[in-house]
Design a protein around this ligand. Structure first.
Ligand code: ZN
Length: 336
């Protein structure tokens, strides 16, 4: 939604410079954020054929044009396609730096799978379309725009503010955060990190619904399954076939449902979300909070079951602000 990004920008600006900036976003800032958003979406940053370097250079140019000295803006990376951008606003040094990270890369998008060109920025019926509009070039946009505003208003915080726009969060072999930590730790060393990809701002027809903050992260695990049996010659096939045995095992796995489980984070999430969502889904959320959980409610919203069943036992990780979530997990079936 159009207003979503702008709302995020306004709130974000207010987040770390309350008083220095008016909460109201003026028209030129709106225009600038829209231009940056369009520019980023139209730069293909997929792992297969895209380049985060081009996006990083484009954002670096934006900052340089806005008055950042060249010494405070850098594009660095392991090769010419996986560049990261790091920029800095100098504070008084009273406190340790604060780092903002956001990834530049996007998930693959085949033109044939889309009803429109995924790398063309389109605004239609109150929505923005294009790969990365929601993950997370909107975040890149409001960070770059906010850094430009801060520079142009000569804002001096009590700590350095660092911006790192990075490669390969979604996949690929050159994760920008890991690469920067390993090769240029001095450039991004900070007291703590804020990552817009770990939360969201939600509006419903102009009404402010929530500011989401990530308090835990679902984890996934890969398994290799191997089946061996005596085998034999292909001219004498037997019913004891390793391929069928493996298939039987996978079918059993498909039918298995991990036990329903809440922890302090998911319990609180559903409690808060129930009233915001309302309707039947909200009622179902309240239903699963009962002891024991209401079975009908459990069947009501399979989309959410992934947060209550599975491999992970979420707990607040020590460095949760640096977590970069990527939701790759398929939906679980509703238990029967
Ligand atoms: Zn993301």
């Amino acid at each position: 939604m159009k207003s979503r990004t702008l709302f995020a920008l306004a709130l974000f600006a207010g987040l770390f410079c309350a008083g220095a900036l008016r909460a109201q976003v003026n028209d030129s800032t709106k225009q600038l954020s829209r231009e940056i958003f369009k520019q980023l979406v139209e730069i293909n940053t997929t792992d297969s054929v895209g380049s985060t370097t081009i996006a990083a250079q484009a954002m670096a140019k934006r900052l340089l044009d806005a008055g950042f000295p060249a010494s405070d803006v850098q594009v660095l990376g392991p090769n010419d396609r996986k560049g990261n951008m790091v920029a800095r606003i100098h504070g008084t040094g009273a406190k340790k730096p604060l780092l903002f990270i956001c990834h530049l890369d996007v998930v693959e998008a085949r033109r044939a799978d889309w009803s429109m060109d995924p790398f063309q920025f389109i605004e239609k019926d109150g929505y923005f379309y294009g790969r990365g509009t929601g993950d997370i070039k909107d975040g890149d946009t409001f960070l770059v725009t906010t850094f430009i505003r801060l520079k142009q208003e000569h804002y001096q915080p009590d700590r350095d503010l660092i911006l790192a726009l990075t490669a390969d969060e979604e996949g690929g072999a050159f994760n920008g955060v890991a690469w920067l930590i390993k090769n240029h730790r001095d450039l991004i060393d900070a007291e703590y990190v804020i990552n817009p990809d770990a939360g969201d701002f939600e509006l419903d027809n102009g009404k402010h619904l929530l500011v989401g903050i990530q308090a835990s992260e679902k984890l996934y695990q890969d398994f290799d399954l191997k089946v061996t049996n005596p085998g034999g010659h292909s001219s004498l096939p037997t019913s004891e076939n390793a391929i069928y045995q493996l298939a039987e095992g996978l079918t059993r796995l498909e039918k298995y449902h991990f036990p329903f489980e809440l922890n302090e984070v998911t319990r609180e999430y559903f409690k808060q979300e129930a009233d915001i969502v309302g309707g039947q889904t909200g009622a179902d959320m309240k239903g699963i909070l009962q002891t024991p959980p209401d079975p009908a409610a459990l069947r009501g919203f399979p989309r959410y079951l992934i947060t209550t069943r599975g491999f992970a036992r979420p707990a607040l990780p020590r460095d949760w602000t640096a977590a970069t979530p990527t939701t790759l997990c398929p939906e679980w079936r509703t238990p029967t």
